[in-house]
Ligand binder design. Sequence first.
Ligand code: ZN
Length: 353
Amino acid sequence: MKISRLLIFLVLPIAAASVIIAQNAESTRRTLDIFYVDVEGGAATLIVTPAGESILVDSGWPGFDGRDAKRIEQAMKVAGITAIDHLITTHYHTDHYGGVPELAKRVRVNRFYDHGPMTSLDEDKDFATKYGAYRAAAKNQTITLNPGSSIRLKQAPQRPPVFLQVLASRGETVTSKRLSVEPNGVCAEATQQAEDKSDNARSVAFLLRHGAFNFLDTGDLTWNIEHKLVCPQDMIGEVVLYQVAHHGANISNNPAMLRSIKPMVAIMNNGPRKGGHPDTVKALRGSPKLMDLWQVHRNVTSSAEQNAPDDFIANLDEQNDAAHMIRVSVDAAKRTFTVTNDRNGKSKSYEIK
Ligand SMILES: [Zn+2]
């Protein structure tokens, strides 16, 4: 009798403790996290949802002894993930999909998404080789994203749901997401540029939503397709976090789109000498709700005023580049998100109004 009572006393606390441990394991990841991997003027944006699912948007450059794939792998370690669940290639330019074969050798990639099959690309004479290497890495199993497509994501208990919806792909834009029947007021002064026949214009653009937070990534989408997304009708709405299009090039970031999406915070994945154009910085600063611009690199060819303040720049020097990241952590339940500069640990929190 005494022994069995003792056993009950021993067993109960252990059982209770194991329940607490299980609850903790489930609730350890409460945030949605975004990591801007420094791929030197290319693109590699890693998103990890509160359910622990990962989305990598673009994979940086090939070569340099696997530099970009290694940097993505390092970011995955920091994020506490071991595989990429969804790899979105926005378009077939080397700085976005050149890193896929090396990455797929190093880590498991479960699904590959892009804007669809291509047989040639005028602006890239090595397209057949690069595209072939990409297709081989994907074992010819790729999923085409169309305007209006969504990627089904796992949801975490007691967290606002996470949705990813494609707004543009192959130069086509969503038609069913119209937010108002009224023409968008920004269109009166909007301008057009010559048609962009490059693959930039075919970039996949998507909106990721998590509660009151949303994030717009348009890859290297250019002026006229950006125009099409907001004129005559607005198909995007207002955006909390904006990945500055095309590394900050000024043939992208149409001011009409910026005035329409009114980003609260913008992050630019520019290189020391690529993107970060002063026209784009000016257009962003003219955007009515922008609080801060963060940059992966300082643009060494423009002035201090044409760059964000140093604390908002992850990598200041062109030489001895330590490849610091910018991270974003979103607590949707609290309607806040924090952006951190890995170079100096400086961070700033924002309340989503
Ligand atoms: Zn690019």
